[in-house]
Write a protein that binds this ligand. Sequence first.
Ligand SMILES: [Zn+2]
Ligand SMILES: [Zn+2]
Ligand SMILES: [Zn+2]
Length: 255
Amino acid sequence: MKLTILGSGTSTGVPQLRCACDVCTSSDPRDKRLRTSALVEFKGKNILIDCGPDFRQQMLRLGSPALDALFVTHHHYDHLGGIDDLRPYCMDNPSGFPIFCREDVADIIHDRMSYCFGEKHYPGSPRLDLNVIDDKSFSPFAGIDITPLPVMHTPSLPITGFKIGPLCYITDCKIMPDKTLRLIEGCDTLVINALRHEAHPSHMNLADALDVITMTRPKRAILTHFAHQIGRYADVQPTLPANVTMAYDGLTIDI
Ligand SMILES: [Zn+2]
Ligand SMILES: [Zn+2]
Ligand SMILES: [Zn+2]
């Protein structure tokens, strides 16, 4: 399995518009963060996790690789604002490009992009094949079983992460249910969000993410979905435990 971090920034991206802080003006490419997304190459399939507003730029950086499916964690713009740019990928899929997401997310995609569906289908718009998942494992392809990882973005907003073979990928989590802690326990690689140092109402901060890592003991953990307040990569990375890495855009890991 190969994991590529396509974006590691929060909803504003880093640099944040109209900010001149040390992080936003850093010349280190690891401090330039597009919106959070990842590409997972597993058993011959390329799975995109989230398709935010920087999707097109992220694909161009990688030389426009083939994609076989999109898994969406939740409905926020920074995680699905780029779906219209899937159009060129739909040409390979006459029945529609496969998207796997919760029912609430599918309803929102359907509403926001009504021109892509049914009688209203606008010629040339993407053909999307929405597949609704719940908390049960699903098989998007023969021989590949995916386990959804239910987490809470806020106390009233359930969203999902994904367990794909040895990888557990969770973003935009604030509260991790016990059931999900058990599902990720002892995994090889855990990707988990860590917005900043200060507490936040809908995202784990660095201390929260490190607590989850201590509790679940993955071999390796990768932090993602950073705001500029996290600090510069070169200052923060040396403060982390040996098995914890800050994601940066373009980071690739063989798992
Ligand atoms: Zn987000
Ligand atoms: Zn800033
Ligand atoms: Zn969100």
